[in-house]
Design a protein around this ligand. Sequence first.
Ligand SMILES: Nc1ncnc2c1ncn2[C@@H]1O[C@H](COP(=O)(O)OP(=O)(O)OP(=O)(O)O)[C@@H](O)[C@H]1O
Ligand SMILES: [Mg+2]
Length: 374
Amino acid sequence: MTTKNPFPTVEYISPEYFCDRAEEQKKINEAITNQRNMTLVSRRRLGKTALIKHCFQLLNEKEPYSLHYFDIYATQNLNDFINLLSTSLVGYFESKPERTVNKLIQLLGKFRPRLSFDELSGMPFIELTLQSEADTHQSLEAIFEYLSQQKKHIVIAIDEFQQIINYPEKNVEAILRTHLQNCPNLTMIFSGSNKRMITSIFSDYARPFYQSSSFLFLQKIDNKIYADFIKHHFQKAGRHITNKSIDYIFEWTLGHTYYVQEFCNRLFASGNTNIEPHQCKHIAEQIIKERDPLYAMFRNILTKSQFKLLQAIAHELAVKQPNASAFIKSHKLVAPSTVNRALTALVEKDLIDYDNDEYSLNDIFLMRWLQRQP
Ligand SMILES: Nc1ncnc2c1ncn2[C@@H]1O[C@H](COP(=O)(O)OP(=O)(O)OP(=O)(O)O)[C@@H](O)[C@H]1O
Ligand SMILES: [Mg+2]
């Protein structure tokens, strides 16, 4: 039998394969048990979704909670949102006595709910027939009416919540806020990676969700704790990883969760029993080489000035003022106005992130690839 790789790179598995986040878990848990809404914010791939699933997993054993998670990244409008919400609510009750399923389906009967299967994942989902604005409102009303009648404390986590800003309908925020507010047994966990968009939903005075949630800004996992976690999992499999190797991994991935996980997953898969830095170097080479065809496309997708700026930022790891003359000069960029335009485009394309007063690349592997390009 092959040993399970202890470094998941796609999904949360279980507490055993989840490193730390004890403080954050405590804060989320406290918010839930005290019925306060919370919004989790971090850069891409730092571990928001996994943290929510981890908290839910730990809460799951406790009876009074009914926990629901859904990710609205792929939704385009309010009707998509309602379909996903219904799916996640019914999904929860699937393993419960059938009458509970029937109750929500019955309440939504007017909207002729159909069970479909996602083409890619094969997962079942519920699709309501919502033909007018009135249908949309009434279906939401039915769902929240149903939720408020439940005896359990309901927790709904909506991942990539900033997506609602892109919905074409008017007043989406106001509509959702009203329904959520009228459901006293409901606590919300919102999450998102677009810091500017997600914080504006909750901190702009004029917006419906103003101050309706506290924030939790997720940072990188502490290196020392992560190092112990990595060592522990290699040791458990009867293998050894040197401290120098771990230093190499953190330096190369900047300690960014997904990239550390991917790196360790590869190292583990290599089957080496005593891991030294030269093996880590080999993994780094492999990662870059594999992605070469994909990353090379950026030369065509981006304008020359965008590519040059991206590469310049990659060389520096992070830059406070990309339009400062010293930076422009040392990287042979053109002019501040060109840099500003390129910067805006790169942020819009999600290639660059602005966090802690600095610009840096979202994809650490792309950053390493760019550093090697002429
Ligand atoms: N504390 C952790 N310990 C171990 N693995 C983790 C931890 N946090 C996240 N991961 C793993 O790292 C990967 C990225 O995490 P996740 O998808 O949760 O990030 P995210 O912030 O939600 O990303 P995105 O912004 O793209 O939605 C996943 O494979 C996840 O299982
Ligand atoms: Mg996520």
